[in-house]
Ligand binder design. Structure first.
Ligand SMILES: [Zn+2]
Length: 165
């Protein structure tokens, strides 16, 4: 009698499905059926995978929105000017500026020797840089280097109608 080709597999998810194992060598079918039994059926596996992808995307979108809001609130609170640049760069620029300014404050004031007057001076310089692309370019910079970076910024990184200048 030949080894059967149709195997009824009770999957981990509880679904019982008939699998055609004729494509596998006769002596491997029982082992493969056991391996299948240790997993969800294909449709349950796909459903779980899609739900996982969807919840990751939702989580990322929510995080982006939160970061964006934090950056906007921060800019408002500290009188940071609107950034200029292409639409798609504005959000990223704001986020980069927020992150770098926070890192600089931590490095220079909280952990460093700067007082509030030193910091106010740096803030004033930061306000003059309104090109979103400049802030995006500095996204990997160390907070402690910010003053040097601000001083190195060129004329076209500064706003055209800057009230702080
Ligand atoms: Zn299932």
């Amino acid at each position: 009698m030949a080894v059967r080709t149709k195997w009824t597999v009770e999957h981990l998810c509880g679904h019982s499905l008939i699998h055609d194992l004729s494509g596998r060598p006769a002596d491997r079918r029982a082992g493969f059926a056991r391996w299948l039994a240790g997993r969800d059926c294909t449709s349950c596996w796909k459903t779980a995978r899609d739900a996982d992808t969807e919840s990751k995307e939702r989580w990322l979108a929510a995080r982006r929105a939160e970061e964006q809001q934090a950056a906007a609130e921060w800019a408002d609170k500290f009188d940071m000017p609107q950034l200029e640049g292409p639409e798609r760069a504005l959000e990223w620029g704001e986020h980069s500026r927020h992150q770098l300014m926070m890192a600089a404050h931590t490095a220079l004031v909280v952990e460093g020797a700067w007082d509030e007057a030193d910091w106010a001076e740096l803030e004033e310089k930061a306000r003059t840089i309104t090109r979103a692309g400049w802030w995006i370019d500095q996204r990997d910079a160390e907070g402690a280097d910010l003053l040097e970076l601000l001083d190195a910024a060129g004329e076209n990184d500064r706003g055209t109608e800057n009230p702080f200048r």
